[in-house]
Design a protein around this ligand. Structure first.
Ligand code: AMP
Ligand code: ZN
Length: 134
């Protein structure tokens, strides 16, 4: 898609700070990093998000793992947030599937607020909604 910024990065039409690439995916630094080394892994094939196509999502798994290990090794990260936003309501702003790799470092609360558990008293209700068959 010529109007997709990540397709254009994959094609080399827009510059990026590439850190890894294979036959299925390209990984490059996020322009607005949450943490040092924040990287995006994107498929070479355009799909809108991580739930759009299981095959495309699976195809980038080796690149996600390789890039995550690379960041850990090179940056001395002690942890990693691996996440993908699907849909505007989940914070997705670029509609070409991308997996965020956010290296984490000791004693660094960073994105902790994002990972704070929500109230647990509605677990039953949420579980029921997910497992309902009707
Ligand atoms: P999301 O909000 O999950 O869709 O993530 C999109 C990410 O893409 C954001 O973290 C942006 O900072 C990042 N981004 C947007 N344009 C570029 C670009 N040209 N190069 C690198 N990262 C970008
Ligand atoms: Zn695209």
């Amino acid at each position: 898609m010529s109007d997709c910024i990540f397709c254009r990065i994959v094609a080399g039409e827009i510059p990026s700070k590439r850190v890894y690439a294979d036959d299925a995916a390209v990984a490059f630094l996020d322009l607005a990093p949450f943490k040092a080394g924040h990287t995006l892994v994107v498929p070479r094939t355009h799909v809108s998000d991580a739930l759009a196509d299981a095959g495309v999502l699976a195809s980038i798994a080796p690149a996600v793992v390789a890039t995550g290990r690379l960041l850990t090794e090179k940056l001395g990260a002690s942890g990693m947030n691996v996440l993908s936003n699907v849909g505007a309501d989940a914070g997705q702003s670029v509609f070409h599937l991308h997996v965020h790799l956010v290296p984490r470092y000791a004693d660094d609360p960073g994105m902790g607020a994002l990972l704070t558990p929500a109230a647990s008293d509605d677990l039953d209700a949420v579980h029921a909604r997910i497992t309902a068959t009707a």
